[in-house]
Design a protein around this ligand. Structure first.
Ligand SMILES: [Zn+2]
Length: 88
């Protein structure tokens, strides 16, 4: 039998039963993982996350084009040479 205590979620204020041992460790502050994620998102700052995502997307697009150019050339050469060699 695990000793539990009724606590209210640090995000949605909903009550849930948490293990007393966990509470002593400073855990079990949220009723669910999504509440924890939302709370952490607010703490790190929506704005920071937004800017970070924009940076990430721009980098990916740039790198993506580079890779696409290189790959299409390589694909063309590979299918041309390798393919014929195999059949002949
Ligand atoms: Zn909650």
């Amino acid at each position: 039998m695990v000793a539990t205590v009724e606590v209210s979620c640090a995000w949605c204020k909903g009550t849930f039963s948490a293990r007393i041992a966990d509470r002593k460790r400073g855990w079990a502050k949220f009723c669910s993982k999504s509440c924890k994620a939302k709370k952490q998102e607010k703490r790190t700052g929506q704005n920071a996350v937004f800017h970070e995502r924009r940076e990430e997307r721009r980098d990916t697009e740039y790198v993506g084009d580079e890779i696409l150019d290189g790959m299409s050339d390589m694909d063309f050469g590979a299918s041309d040479g390798g393919g014929y060699e195999h059949y002949i």
